[in-house]
Design a protein around this ligand. Structure first.
Ligand code: CAA
Length: 374
């Protein structure tokens, strides 16, 4: 049975900071950011936008393309930006989408890797229940302390996709290579808003795990690198993905996978899949029948390499014009506003626009109150 991604969409904040502005204020050569790191803008989140609101926006777009919605009996919300250690962020999304009540909902965490884990769990669920559909959501916002080397790689975004049989976008193949190793390269203790990291160790382990995962994958699948037509990487910043590509897949270009990432920044669990959407939207030739390799890396660390075959007529499922319009209609914020947002000094929930129609309206008695604008 063919199982994979049937519909997919993404979202991010309505606001961004230009890295040219950041470079000026941090007295860094802008070329370091745009060439050395491969990023030109980063999404910045106002108080009324969070992992739930952007997840709902992405998921509502997917719902527009999904028939038989009552077949969705599992929703997995992958995130490392949880604001609640108990209640699943997925429950808010389940409510806004109006999914059936006998739908299993839970959050999944393993740094940037968790949405890839969710995809594999979803595939197993559909294998066992061929008529089921699974909603997978990856949604993250990432912050580093101001002035640190990670600052220019901040960002955030959400991806939502349906996993079902007879997928209209990507059939996920059965072989994969996974590698787990206890490494302190990036972590966020629960009392901190900003992530901590050992940048050089993280880049080293990203590449080391890639070698191991690809080797296992190729052996299991009895394939060589030349059997893979394109590769999408988890992109903490564009240059990391470029380095990974040059390291193993030298002859393939990944520029088309990084178009959106370069102006959103690191979207953690969503990143790999936003790179996939970017490839589908921006690659000029027909990708139908092509084998795409996917490399997911979650610090800490778990990594996985797997592959999929692009479906015939996948173009009918794309939203390329909408995606470009969504990103080009964002608002640029000033450096002063960025600093105030970082310090938590702008707490007005009502003076910012949202990307979609769901807003974080207020937080009362530690309860998050979401509203739909329509
Ligand atoms: N013009 C052009 N290029 C320049 C330049 C200039 N003026 N100045 C510097 N550069 C280049 C450097 O040569 C370097 O390129 P190479 O890596 O090819 O040598 C690049 O810009 C970056 O320079 P540095 O290494 O000096 O940068 P840095 O030490 O300030 O920090 C970083 C870079 C380590 C990536 C840092 O941003 C960081 O730690 N980020 C957070 C951690 C991270 O994202 N790790 C990635 C793997 S972990 C992961 O994938 C999980 C996750 O999502 C977090």
């Amino acid at each position: 049975m063919r199982i994979g991604i049937d519909a997919i969409a993404f979202s991010t904040s309505k606001y961004f900071l230009s890295l040219e502005t950041l470079a000026q204020h941090r007295r860094v050569d802008y070329a370091k950011y745009c060439l050395g790191i491969g990023q030109t803008k980063m999404s910045v989140f106002p108080p009324n936008e969070d992992i739930v609101t952007i997840a709902v926006d992405a998921a509502q777009k997917v719902m527009l393309q999904t028939e038989d919605r009552d077949k969705i009996d599992l929703l997995i919300f992958a995130t490392e930006s949880a604001f609640d250690l108990s209640k699943s962020a997925g429950i808010y999304v389940h409510n806004f989408l109006g999914l059936r009540k006998d739908c299993r909902v839970f959050d999944l965490k393993q740094a940037c890797y968790s949405a890839a884990a969710a995809l594999q769990m979803a595939k197993s669920h559909v294998t066992a229940n061929p008529d089921s559909k699974v909603f997978v959501i990856g949604s993250d916002t990432i912050k580093y302390s101001p002035g640190t080397s990670g600052e220019a790689t901040q960002g955030g975004g959400a991806v939502a996709f349906i996993v079902s049989k007879n997928p209209r976008i990507l059939e996920v193949e059965s072989h994969f290579g996974v590698h787990t190793e206890d490494v302190m390269d990036f972590w966020r203790p629960i009392h901190l808003k900003e992530a901590l990291f050992d940048g050089k160790l993280s880049a080293h382990n990203y590449l080391k795990s890639l070698d191991i995962c690809v080797k296992i994958y190729l052996e299991k699948a009895n394939r060589t690198i030349s059997d893979i037509d394109h590769v999408c990487f988890h992109a903490p910043f564009g240059k990391m993905a470029q380095k990974a590509n040059n390291h193993l897949f030298k002859c393939k270009s990944i520029n088309e996978t990084l178009v959106y990432n370069s102006i959103i920044g690191n979207s953690c669990s969503a990143s790999l899949f936003i790179c996939f959407i970017s490839l589908l939207d921006n690659f000029s030739a027909n990708l139908a029948g092509n084998r795409i390799g996917f490399y997911s890396y979650g610090s800490g660390s778990v990594a996985e390499f797997f592959s999929g075959i692009v479906a015939k007529n996948y173009q009918k499922m794309l939203r390329a014009e909408n995606n470009r319009a969504m990103l080009s209609n964002r608002h640029e914020i000033s450096f002063i506003e960025y600093e105030l947002l970082c310090d938590g000094k702008l707490q007005d929930f009502h003076c910012y626009e949202n990307m979609g129609n769901t807003v974080l309206h207020d937080i009362t008695n530690n309860k998050r109150i979401y509203r739909s604008a329509t």
